[in-house]
Design a protein around this ligand. Structure first.
Ligand SMILES: [Zn+2]
Length: 267
């Protein structure tokens, strides 16, 4: 994490969350012409009398968390219950874009590949918020794109699906499974060319490929990254992804879950 995460401030303007988080609502604090201040917005969002809040306020390299994601913040009338609200610095500095994008990537790691929505596009809202904020740029950055000037986007070619590396009946799964469950965490006599030892540590080349692909889709696969080892973070991502895409939720990366990582659209 390259930003400073600040949790000392909390907002009383929150309620119990009863539905699943399905989207991320992007706000800006105010019209930049009015020179809004960070302190000003933080105090407004944390005072009882305002009756408004947000989960996060982002400015430059700083992220203030005012409401935990497990609760509803009062940031978008009619759209708060199923969303996470991020208030972005209206000056739209590059750092704010980068920081918000990193935060979005992490939120998606927790809640799945959920879309970004402008506050004004929330049904029932009457606002111009978030001004000219470029959500496509935020989304591109969150998915690992370049921070520099947005490139003129050529239509992305659908990536071709690499062949599933394991023999029939095998899958990537936990080490506790049968021999057909290839975890990459130890020697597997069935797939000696896929599970290899590197510097005294076992890893699966195929599993590392799938993990890297999931990262490129914006999933947070845990601190150790695409390490070719099936652990808790990989299990969590596999299950969420399967649920997301209507696949059988079994935590196993067989041919269908493998293929989906390339063939199904990122959304
Ligand atoms: Zn707003």
């Amino acid at each position: 994490m390259s930003y400073k995460y600040i949790t000392e401030l909390t907002s009383p303007n929150r309620s119990k969350r009863r539905s699943k988080v399905r989207r991320i609502v992007i706000h800006h604090w105010d019209d930049p012409k009015r020179k809004p201040s960070l302190d000003g917005v933080l105090s407004w969002l944390t005072t009882t009398k305002s009756k408004v809040s947000a989960h996060y306020v982002v400015s430059g390299r700083k992220v203030y968390r005012l409401v935990p994601e497990s609760m509803v913040a009062w940031h978008a009338r009619g759209g708060s219950s199923d969303s996470i609200g991020i208030e972005c610095d209206p000056r739209q500095q590059d750092e704010t874009y980068e920081t918000a994008a990193e935060l979005i990537r992490e939120i998606r790691g927790r809640h799945g590949d959920i879309p970004l929505v402008r506050h004004r596009d929330v049904k029932g809202s009457s606002t111009t918020c978030p001004g000219t904020y470029d959500l496509a740029r935020l989304d591109r950055l969150a998915r690992g794109g370049s921070a520099a000037c947005p490139p003129p986007a050529p239509a992305p070619a659908a990536p071709s699906v690499p062949p599933f590396p394991l023999p029939r009946g095998h899958y990537y799964g936990p080490p506790s499974g049968p021999i057909q469950s290839v975890s990459g965490r130890g020697r597997n006599s069935r797939v000696p060319s896929d599970v290899i030892e590197v510097n005294g540590r076992w890893r699966s080349k195929g599993l590392a490929t799938w993990q890297a692909r999931m990262q490129a889709r914006g999933w947070n696969i845990g601190e150790s990254g695409a390490d070719g080892r099936y652990g808790r973070d990989t299990a969590r991502v596999v299950k969420r992804f399967q649920k997301n895409k209507g696949l059988k939720v079994d935590g196993k990366i067989g041919p269908a879950t493998w293929r989906a990582a390339w063939a199904l659209p990122v959304k």
